[in-house]
Design a protein around this ligand. Structure first.
Ligand code: 5RP
Length: 225
């Protein structure tokens, strides 16, 4: 089975967690499958809060109403993909550049269901370069800070986020303490969002595997405070 089929299997299983109300919706190719499948049960939901212009356009193309988070209150569920997850369900996200709105909606949701193909589950985060959204005027300064942390930041040239900002993809970071590193990078002036989702990790990870969907619950964290 190809990777796209595995993503669809995960997206299909996430539908089982939809129980009416407003749904938080992430961004990316796995979420695109989820949105396509959500269209089949759209009569069961009140609408969606979207994490990107791309997801908004796809949701609306299926006739699913998209609401602003400011008028939505707390969401029961957020469904989104990931670039990597460890066994604590701490994630690297932002490959699609939507990390800021994704982090906001994850924080506004009671339950975060992450959907991915099985290749995304790793022992230690960090093979995938860590996306960091920055205010454009601060890009070089933030990059110097990230070098001091041991990283090799590469500017994602030509990409402007939905918030009008830029992205640095940081290679070679040591990511064994994701919560601490998330806090450290958050504290650099000019950083809008770091694509580490460790302070607010996922609650459930649904992986598409060759043998069907596999649901994983977070292991208890022992290494991080
Ligand atoms: C977008 C994201 C995506 O969830 C992540 O990049 C995974 O994408 P895909 O489902 O296409 O593999 O964080 O900002």
């Amino acid at each position: 089975m190809n990777q796209d089929n595995l993503k669809r299997i995960a997206a299909q299983t996430a539908l089982e967690y939809i129980d009416g109300g407003l749904i938080g919706v992430g961004t990316g190719s796995t979420v695109n499958h989820f949105i396509d499948l959500l269209a089949g049960i759209k009569h069961k939901i009140d609408g969606a809060v979207s994490s990107s212009k791309a997801s908004t356009a796809l949701l609306q193309s299926h006739g699913i109403e998209v609401l602003e988070l400011n008028s939505a209150g707390e969401l029961a569920i957020y469904v989104d993909g990931a670039d990597e997850s460890n066994h604590y369900l701490q994630l690297i996200k932002g490959g699609g550049g939507a990390l800021t709105r994704e982090k906001i909606i994850a924080a506004a949701s009671k339950r975060f269901v992450c959907i991915a193909d099985a290749s995304k589950l790793v022992q230690v985060l960090g093979k995938f370069p860590l996306p960091v959204e920055v205010i454009p005027m601060a890009r070089s300064m933030v990059a110097r800070h990230l070098v001091k942390l041991g990283g090799t930041p590469i500017w994602r040239e030509g990409v402007i986020t939905d918030n009008g900002n830029q992205i640095l993809d940081v290679h070679n970071l040591e990511l064994s303490q994701p919560i601490a590193l998330e806090r450290t990078i958050n504290d650099i002036p000019g950083v809008v969002t770091v694509g580490l989702f460790a302070l607010r990790s996922a609650d459930i990870l649904i992986l598409g595997t060759e043998d069907g969907a596999k649901t994983i619950y977070a292991e208890t964290i022992e290494v991080d405070p």
